[in-house]
Design a binder for this molecule. Structure first.
Ligand code: ZN
Length: 421
């Protein structure tokens, strides 16, 4: 995952343009993607696909050469800047220059998607050092009718019920915010493609905000099949895992993630839904109200490097990426095997010993987790409680509860309840 992030890092992405296409082409080397091009002007609910933005070069130079240089960092130009070629004084240029005094040695990330303007970003220490005098200003960009590009991957399961995994693909050289999510979705998809799946998995790689709005506007039928969903963002830093619940707050995915984090043995945080953040805003809008949470490590805006050039390849760590992927796969395990069963011997406890499921010697210490799980599963499998319900009530790891259910099913003490779901 870190290698993929490193490869994608130099590409200048935005909400439209060739950087997104190049990114999706590279992701497509790992998993089979279907790329969709939506023309400028296409309506999507209250929005419209904007003109496509591309950029070849940009700089501010004085007699000594380039003092701001797009080729050194693609963050140097405000995203969606219109083309400019002019000479101007520092006083004239100054309103177009953006820095971050809180992060004085980093280049801030700025965009101007929905109002026509141009600008440059630079470290505050360089901004305050600029001399009075004349500068040559050049932005070689195009803002023209074109397309918005997104991509999808559907891994079909035994049922049409879908898990939606969505990540944004619109940030330029920022590693944790954006690229970590892209790499995580890619490797999660690759791993799930090799597994037996009860559920179907739909991965959406789309530019933030407008991309998910456009996707939703073209997928109202698909949305009816979404049973669980996760937005992935900022999943590669060293911080603890943070989960933001769906708008419903108690959806199965919310409970599954909380369960996995609680049993991870690590520090974590679960938060309630808020209508800001990433594309969970759109999936959780009242007209859809999809059970989609936001899976992160340190949340957006809460780490010092966020939205600056300091969110670079050193912020994302291979071990943190691996940890996030492991947790997501544990969540998938819960979603895949959470179902309701019926105890086929509900009048008093069945004899587990004679079926080889219980320690043979009485009088010792009470049983281990598996023995407890056997008793809990038998007791609560009345057709009303799912394995996740049981794991929560028994405060046992879901994997142990599932193992107990599998063992009881093998000896015909348990059968899936009607429909099982
Ligand atoms: Zn961002």
């Amino acid at each position: 995952m870190h290698d993929l992030i490193a490869r994608l890092y130099p590409i200048c992405r935005s909400i439209t343009g060739n950087g997104v296409r190049e990114t999706l082409a590279i992701v497509g080397e790992h998993v089979p993607l279907e790329t969709v091009e939506v023309p400028t002007g296409t309506k999507a609910f209250d929005w419209e696909v904007p003109r496509e933005w591309n950029i070849r070069d940009a700089y501010v130079s004085d007699a000594s050469g380039r003092v701001i240089d797009f080729r050194r960092s693609n963050l140097s130009v405000v995203g969606y800047s219109v083309p400019v070629r002019a000479r101007m004084t520092l006083g004239e240029l100054r309103p177009h220059l953006h820095s971050s005094p809180e992060q004085p040695s980093a280049i801030p990330y700025r965009t101007s998607y929905f109002s026509e303007s141009w600008g440059f970003c630079l470290p505050d220490v360089e901004l305050v050092a600029l001399d009075e005098g004349e500068y040559e200003v050049c932005i070689e960009s195009t803002l023209e009718p074109g397309h918005l590009t997104y991509a999808e991957l559907l891994l079909e399961g035994e049922t049409a019920d879908e898990v939606l995994v969505s990540t944004h693909v619109c940030h330029p050289s920022l590693a944790n915010d954006n690229l970590s999510g892209i790499a995580m979705a890619t490797f999660l998809a690759r791993e799930l493609s090799t597994r037996r799946r009860r559920l179907s998995y739909r991965f959406v790689f789309a530019p933030g905000l407008i991309g998910s709005i456009v996707w939703l506007s073209r997928n109202e039928d698909t949305v009816a099949r979404v049973r669980h969903g996760l937005v992935l963002a900022c999943v590669g830093d060293a911080g603890r895992t943070t989960y933001k619940r769906s708008r419903r707050g108690d959806a199965v995915v919310d409970r599954a993630v909380a369960h996995v984090l609680r049993h991870s043995g690590q520090d974590y945080e679960c938060r309630d839904f808020t209508p800001f953040g990433y594309d969970e805003r759109q999936y959780n809008s009242p007209g859809f109200d999809l059970p989609v949470g936001l899976f992160m490590r340190t949340p957006h805006g809460e780490y010092a490097e966020y939205h600056t050039s300091a969110d670079n390849l050193t912020v994302v760590r291979p071990e943190a990426l691996a940890d996030s992927l492991g947790k997501l796969l544990a969540v998938v395990d819960v979603l895949e095997s959470d179902r309701r069963y019926l105890n086929l011997n509900p009048k008093c406890e069945p004899q587990l010993g004679k079926r080889g499921l219980y320690r043979q010697l009485g009088g010792g210490k009470p049983g281990g987790e598996l023995e407890l799980a056997l008793l809990w599963v038998l007791n609560l499998s009345d057709g009303h409680h799912s394995l996740l319900d049981i794991a929560e009530r028994a405060d046992l790891n879901f994997a142990v509860v599932r193992e107990a259910a599998d063992a009881l099913e093998r000896v015909e003490l348990l059968a899936p309840a009607n429909g099982g779901g």
